[in-house]
Ligand binder design. Structure first.
Ligand code: ZN
Length: 338
């Protein structure tokens, strides 16, 4: 089969790779229906994360089951399935506590920008839909497998409450999905921090009530102006830089919560400052598996449409251009069709 392989910063190639095979009785093989490029794929692409030997890429997927291992009974060949970027058995102590992305048997996906994918822990990871969904639902369901699930977790971690104020730092796909989540959870005011006009428009469409295009302390000052001088109840940090984290922590009110889901790169939190701020902080890879049934229902019911974050669709064979377009910010997120 063919799939994306990263060789060096800026060098992603579509090439022949080994066909995936059932390696453990808990595996499944799926035929990829759609996959995509994640903002976090840009870290190695930009040379900000070591690459090592050339390796496959991609952790977002929806597909049709081709084959299952002997212990997989929850899904069967022919079914359309959605999974999570972190696989989980969904039975261990961490999974039972709702932290499937910290499963004791967790395997992170990393080969999904390809025609076929092996899914470890398939029994606990994959959720089948009743029918094969119509074409127009595919982007939304694909978004659920990572960015929408991650935005949802950011809002939960930031303890968004009905009637509250939520600030979203970051206007990438996850931040935009965080806007959807904050609105769904009943925030009265959703303030999106974005300086890119097309993304601002999408944020408004998703439910943002206010847009702030200043960054750093100027942005924080505007949040405070909008919140009686104290800051927001909930802040969703969806970038992962030291600047965005500082901005998020400073935008939260005393007693407020920051949910951080941007993978931190050289982020250091000042313990003394955090102590005196009375701000609560929770982050990490989102336990997306736990939200899948609910989020799939919301998408299929047409209640939310996170698929709108995909503003570029390419054949999988043109995956290199998909990376380039996102790197140059010509696209928010690239959808790839095998
Ligand atoms: Zn588990």
């Amino acid at each position: 089969m063919r799939g994306a392989v990263i060789h060096a910063p800026g060098d992603v190639r579509f090439e022949t790779v080994d066909d995936p095979k059932i390696e453990k009785p808990t595996d499944a093989i799926i035929r990829t229906v759609v996959t995509c490029v994640c903002g976090s794929d840009l870290w190695p692409y930009r040379g900000l994360e070591p690459i090592g030997d050339p390796h496959p890429m991609g952790h977002e997927y929806v597909g049709v089951v081709e084959e299952v291992g002997s212990e997989v009974t929850a899904v069967r060949p022919g079914q359309f399935v959605v999974g999570s970027f972190a696989t989980s058995d969904n039975t261990c102590a961490n999974c039972r506590n709702g932290w499937q992305s910290h499963c004791l048997n967790r395997v992170f996906m990393g080969t999904c920008q390809a025609e076929y994918v092996r899914i470890p822990n398939a029994q606990g990871t994959l959720v089948a839909t009743d029918e094969h969904p119509p074409e127009e639902m595919l982007p939304g369901l694909l978004a659920v497998s990572d960015v929408m699930g991650t935005g949802w977790y950011a809002a939960l971690a930031a303890e968004v409450r009905p009637g509250g104020t939520a600030v979203v730092v970051g206007d990438g796909a996850v931040g935009l999905c965080g806007v959807i989540a904050a609105k769904e959870m009943g925030a009265e005011r959703v303030i999106a921090m974005s300086r890119h006009e097309p993304r601002q428009r999408l944020a408004r469409e998703f439910g943002a009530t206010d847009i702030i295009d200043e960054r750093g302390e100027e942005g924080v000052a505007l949040v405070k102006e909008m919140t009686g001088g104290i800051g927001a109840d909930s802040v969703l940090e969806c970038v992962g830089t030291s600047q965005s984290m500082r901005q998020a922590l400073h935008a939260a009110r005393p007693g407020g919560n920051v949910g951080f889901v941007g993978v931190p790169h050289e982020v250091a939190v000042d313990g003394e400052e955090l102590f005196h701020s009375h701000v609560a902080l929770r982050g990490g890879p989102a336990p997306v598996r736990g939200y899948l049934p609910d989020l799939i229902d919301r998408v299929l019911a047409g209640h939310i449409d996170p698929g709108k974050v995909f503003d570029l669709t390419l054949p999988l064979a043109e995956v290199a251009e998909g990376y380039k377009a996102m790197d140059e910010r010509r696209a928010i997120k690239t959808l790839l069709k095998p």
